[in-house]
Design a protein around this ligand. Sequence first.
Ligand code: ZN
Length: 203
Amino acid sequence: MKIICIGRNYAAHIKELNNDTPAEPVVFLKPDTALLKNNEPFYYPSHSSDVHHEVEVVVRIHKNGKFIAPEFAHKYYDEIGLGVDFTARDVQQRLKEKGLPWEIAKGFNGSAPVSEMVPKSHFTNLQDLHFSLAVNGEVKQKGHTALMLTTIDQMIAYVSQFFQLKTGDLIFTGTPEGVGPVKIGDTLTGYLEGKEMFTFSVK
Ligand code: ZN
């Protein structure tokens, strides 16, 4: 499986990092070794001293497809969950300044914790979901999927032009504002529509 991530998908987050609003979705990948499940701890990577949390709604693909039209995109995913796109911000900044690829800032081991997946039929409108992340019990990020610049169906149409989607692939749909550093000893808890989805520690 692969992990496809959409960057810069919420205007307020673009602003907090002083990035430009992209004309097309920003896309990057994480390897399967980035995945963390079942509230496994996140081990702080040794190559960074400024790892940030980015809480994101995650979509699970359940049907193979490419060049998927937006109006049929909903047929290609059946479950959603919540994840964290851990980002070594110091490393990313250094690479961005040089115009180099970011993979080691985004795709390192354990950089993609995800919750259990929930059938999308549990929700009436995926573009009207509230989600949040608390660090040590204090809410740091609050998101609303209505504020996505590229909707879930649009991003599936977009990325499937380049990458064939396969059952089990995950799509991270972008983070709202409020990203910030984590440190060893922190506990991160994610909520989707008020329900706790994950809680894990940083080691
Ligand atoms: Zn992200």
